[in-house]
Design a protein around this ligand. Sequence first.
Ligand SMILES: C[S@@+](CC[C@H](N)C(=O)[O-])C[C@H]1O[C@@H](n2cnc3c(N)ncnc32)[C@H](O)[C@@H]1O
Length: 204
Amino acid sequence: MSVAEEFWESFYAARERVWSGRPNAVLVDVAGPLTPGTALDLGCAEGGDAIWLAGRGWTVTGADVSATALDRARAHAAEAGVQVDVQRHDLTRSLPDGVFDLVSACFLQSPIEFPRARVLQAAARAVAPGGLLLVVEHGSPPSWAGAHGNLVFPTPAEALASLDLAPEEWTTERCDAPERAMTGPNGEVGTITDIVLAVRRRAD
Ligand SMILES: C[S@@+](CC[C@H](N)C(=O)[O-])C[C@H]1O[C@@H](n2cnc3c(N)ncnc32)[C@H](O)[C@@H]1O
């Protein structure tokens, strides 16, 4: 078992259900207008995003390192009456085979060591010609959380640069940091910033 698998498997096994099941707002915003095709959801967890995409006609593959999370994704997909091909991968070692019209990595982040740039560069290689890579990550702590020690967040431009994409092959459609409302565990009303990168691979 890899360190990532050990960490995330015990994270999910210790809790009943972690995520709301609702899709990420940025994914809805970005993928909502797209014509459905094939999609790969990296770090799909319990399936919220993958199930939303499948419900809109996408042929979806979801990948995560935790078998428990994937069992839940499978069960939630069945409840929703959609099909999602869920595959267990430690994404630092392997990705699902093939190329996809949409590759989404929403909050593919980890408190343990995670070679994020390398994994996202592999994710970019899984984008089909003409397809879109969507990366969403935290751009700030929640406003109600106070100082977060030495935690440093990249700017959108820094996050984009870390993907090291060849400019002649990719067009940047989004590289920004929208703010959204976020309620804290004790009902605190506040905001949080997301970094959003949407880059399209040249069609030929
Ligand atoms: C913060 S959660 C985000 C889940 C979901 N994408 C979302 O936006 O709600 C990160 C997810 O990435 C997965 N993950 C972390 N490291 C991974 C790795 N090395 N390989 C595969 N999945 C990983 C975790 O199991 C977890 O489900």
